[in-house]
Design a protein around this ligand. Sequence first.
Ligand code: ADP
Length: 486
Amino acid sequence: TSSLTRPTITAPTELFIGGEWTAAASDARFDVIDPASGEVIASVADGSIDDAEKAMAAAVAAASDWAATPPRARSEILRTAYELIMARQEELAAIITAEMGKPLADARGEVAYGAEFFRWFSEEGVRISGDHTLTGDGKNRIVVTRAPVGPCILVTPWNFPLAMGTRKIGPALAAGCTVVFKPAEQTPLTALALARILEDAGVPTGVVNVVTTTDASGVVGSWMRGGAARKISFTGSTAVGKILLEQAASTVMRTSMELGGNAPFIVMDDADVGRAVDGAMVAKMRNMGEACTAANRFFVHRSVTAQFAEQLAERMGALTVGAGSAHGTEVGPLIDDAGRTKVQTLVDDALGRGARAVVGGAAPDGPGYFYPPTVLTDVDAASDLMSQEIFGPVAAIVPFDTEDEVIALANDTEWGLVGYVFTQDIDRALRMGERLEVGMVGLNTGLVSNPAAPFGGVKQSGLGREGGKVGIDEFLEYKYFAIPRG
Ligand code: ADP
């Protein structure tokens, strides 16, 4: 295994196919960039369609043995992988920070969160159960069993490079599926380090295959069209999700889609404003705002808007921005130049329509893709950042007057992942939660993600759920046996 070794990070840099660490068939490589400096930190194998086909062949070859492996044996491997991730928490956190930018403390948090998917699904994997009933006339038995769907395509984004992998690999392996995994090109090192952990944990040859590549559409497209895969689980943009849904139609493939969000963060007049500000800091600033669950639109009752904006601006303005690896950093750089340019363009559009930047509002000079925590007030509801995912540390505040008005504003989007509601009135909290067109509701909290909970959205935020009791269902088929009573 050739690997990259820096003072703090060690990760494989080759493809992982059929249990072997191999260079790309073409020998091509691509650079991994540290977003805090813009510098190259590693060179990774750039897989092509040839490599993709080998990876799929390996996943297909391993499928029946893995499906026949006792659930407890599969669970023990996942449990071991959980323990290895936690034993290597520092090393993995350093890799995440190096290629993705988030502060080390947040990266450690992601490692713990990501590892938990393996522990959770190691526990769920031994509790897969079917059903046994009678037909209405009592003449026939209905026996329902569950079976793995078959080889799965897993495609993940860069924002949680470890957790987005474990959230898919965990339930797939627990269900008895083999996988081909294509991580985001910005964050291949974390995915390869995870593959090494799975190898060390005893995952058999071909059960997990990782192809890093700059040719996402070529590699994933070859898997989508190849006919061998039975399932795609994708996390990323709605635009790419739609392409994959079209491709999935060609082979009638099962799909799980975790797509974009445009989360409303609603503060009612009876909210505990201090608590709402605490929640806002998490909902907005977790992962520098680079999360599909990030609060994208702050709707604050007119009677508390000034108080909320002032407190939020004070907290946002006090955050320490810097390299994720530097001591004391609370906000790291954004992922790349394109990500930062998008944020700046959205802020400029809002400012051009009369918004006011209470703090932040302009990218600093110098190396790295930094953007300061920003609070905008007097935001025109027609601004682009109301209808597009900001994916950066920018809080845009819009005042409202009535509950009906804010529900209409919140639901006025094609997305429906998560909504946050702050109120001390329990009836109102539940009523508003029910009226929001979302898959997840944070009531007086800015954090909903948890491996034990079903994560996912409605409308164009996606299809299916990850985590919780239902997460494993995405990787299982039903099979029904009709058995006459003799
Ligand atoms: P983001 O904006 O978060 O980068 P993307 O949807 O572009 O979201 O990327 C998420 C994942 O989808 C990444 O692994 C990326 O390489 C992959 N991807 C991008 N375009 C395609 C495509 N046409 N087909 C398959 N995968 C793609």
